[in-house]
Design a protein around this ligand. Structure first.
Ligand code: ADP
Length: 546
């Protein structure tokens, strides 16, 4: 195109996290935030109080001599103190490093040193964890325990302070600084099933745009009338960005603290009546089991957002038929802030018979505006959006990682796209279906079998609590599926029972070559099946049986 560009005449105001908080304080001052605390009780306050305390945090960081861009870490459950830190730390201009306490000790040491965290704000629960690695993280200057004086633990941590005492000493006046919206606001490390975790550095701009795009009715569907319970942790991928979305919309938040089991969640749900729940499938399995055992219904809940791993059809059905709740399937990754696609109730579902609607809900949904996605073959050529072709899933957009923190590895970055490591199909309406992680898919005689689909079909059996499918070496077919299952207590289910159950649910050639019953299955720090070790352990299982 020839000629000079003509620019619009609009203000160029930076998109900053402090701006979200100022909006929340002035527009939704009375919005309630309810938290179950580590101390065991329930705490309530308003958005206005959260904003005042976030300013005290900024004053505290100033007194600590923290400079722009330096890292302040948290090791904490979902709760109001963590919420204040989200805004106080990033708003001040420092970088909030949320640490996943479920990482192995050597991974914790690695990421704390790699991020060069200056201070760590820690919940009571995780004080012993830090004590155990203290010697290996010498550059951390001090620790702040998230409690009041009465609950301060007797700890060997050096330079340790009480959060409430420190905050009480600070004024709640602070003028948020203005800086480039592309500055880093927070960071999160991937849980790294192989090798060291990799750091993803979110910017103010990416965080705000991600929040703005994900609140809509066919996305998270948040509004000032909503009340939501994020079980998805604030220590991993910013609880799917919901702390920020809540600041925009004024939705009430109910934080579960350390109580992620079915009974504790139900107690909170019954008391606070959230209409929306968010979390990974394993948490919902526990809640559904608990509800079955007490014979009650989740009356207030209208929607349950499920992501992190594929939601099984049986879960979609259980929420709908037992609890009148719609399961919104979503997909994303740490590298994507994390939301990529959401499958909320929409026009395509209106006229579908229930069973067909369930099938559609089992897909991971359509992209949030701002996310572009495509599938490619092994040579990088685009594949059609026909719902059939399976290929490597690439994405790009304003809240997708462009490089890892202090890490030279560029193998996932291809011509401006990020390779997700997932294999997927995309259909004519842009519905994404995750077939598998590329390293988990089973290549049987040149054809692919989805381990996810097989697992989800098997776990529908009422006597199985968890299932895992891995590729085992096979003389004729190169690889064949092997199914590892955990039986419900007291169950006498046999291999043949499982195969019979699966026979009308998957294609015949997908049926596992062997079913092995195990007592438990290993998980990653984010609650997903950890398949690497199982693959090594069972790699030769079929060859040995033959
Ligand atoms: P980690 O927790 O291991 O750091 P992420 O949380 O970033 O990793 O996980 C991202 C991956 O999780 C995706 O690439 C995909 O394989 C899987 N995943 C996330 N949501 C879904 C979903 N709804 N269905 C299937 N797989 C999913």
């Amino acid at each position: 195109m020839s000629g000079q560009p003509m620019f619009g005449q609009m203000m160029d105001r930076p998109l900053l996290i402090s701006g979200l908080l100022e909006h929340a304080e002035t527009t939704h001052p009375g919005t309630e935030i309810v938290s179950r605390r580590c101390e065991g009780d329930i705490h309530r306050y308003t958005m206005k109080e959260a904003a005042g305390r976030a300013r005290r945090i900024a004053n505290l960081l100033h007194r600590f001599g923290i400079e722009q861009g330096e890292r302040i870490a948290t090791l904490a459950w979902n709760g109001y103190r963590h919420y204040e830190l989200y805004f106080g730390v990033s708003g001040y201009g420092a970088v909030l490093h949320t640490i996943n306490p479920r990482l192995f000790a050597d991974q914790l040491v690695y990421i704390i040193n790699h991020a060069k965290d200056r201070w760590i704000f820690v919940d009571l629960t995780f004080v012993p964890l830090l004590e155990s690695i203290r010697e290996q993280i010498p550059q951390v200057e001090g620790f702040v325990v998230l409690c009041d004086e009465a609950h301060m633990p007797d700890t060997s941590l050096p330079n340790v302070h009480c959060y409430e005492t420190l905050l009480a000493q600070e004024p709640d006046e602070f003028v948020w600084p203005e800086f480039d919206e592309r500055c880093a606001a927070s960071m999160c490390y991937t849980s790294g099933t192989t090798g060291n975790p990799k750091g993803v550095l979110y910017s103010h701009r990416s965080t705000v745009i991600h929040a703005m795009s994900s609140i809509g009715q066919e996305m998270l569907g948040l509004a000032s009338t909503s009340c939501f319970l994020p079980v998805v942790p604030m220590f991993h991928v910013n609880a799917w960005g919901t702390p920020y979305s809540a600041a925009i919309t004024g939705a009430k938040q109910v934080f579960p603290g350390p109580g992620m089991d079915g009974a504790s969640l139900w107690e909170l749900i019954e008391a606070e009546k959230p209409d929306l729940l968010l979390g990974v499938p394993t948490v919902w399995l526990m809640l559904l089991n608990h509800m079955d055992s007490i014979g009650k219904k989740l009356e207030s809940v209208q929607n349950v957002i499920v992501g992190g791993s594929a939601a099984p059809l049986s879960m979609i059905r259980d929420f709908q038929e037992k609890h009148d709740a719609f399961l919104i399937h979503a997909w994303g990754m740490t590298e994507m802030s994390p939301i990529g696609t959401v499958n909320a109730h929409n026009i395509h579902m209106e006229s579908l018979p229930l069973e067909e609607r369930y099938q559609l809900q089992a897909k991971q949904g359509r992209p949030v505006y701002g996310i572009e996605m495509k599938i490619v073959d092994d040579d990088g050529h685009d594949l059609p959006r026909d719902g059939e072709a399976r290929g490597r899933l690439l994405v790009r957009g304003p809240w997708i990682v462009s490089g890892y923190y202090r890490n030279e590895d560029r193998s996932s970055f291809i011509d401006g796209w990020f390779d997700t490591g997932d294999v997927a199909t995309i259909d004519a309406n842009n519905y994404l279906h995750i077939v598998d992680r590329s390293k988990d898919v089973i290549k049987s005689g040149g054809e692919w079998i989805s381990s996810i689909d097989l697992e989800n079909a098997a776990v529908g059996h009422p006597q199985l609590t968890e299932c895992c499918v891995i590729a085992a070496r096979h003389e004729k077919w190169a690889e064949r599926p092997l199914l590892l299952c955990v039986r419900r207590e007291g169950s006498q289910l046999t291999e043949q029972d499982v195969l019979d159950y699966l026979s009308d649910k998957v294609a015949k050639w997908w049926l596992p070559d062997a079913v092995v019953f195990v007592d438990s299955l290993p998980h990653t720090a984010t609650g997903k099946l950890l398949k690497v070790n199982l693959r090594t352990e069972y790699e030769n299982y079929l060859l040995e049986q033959a």
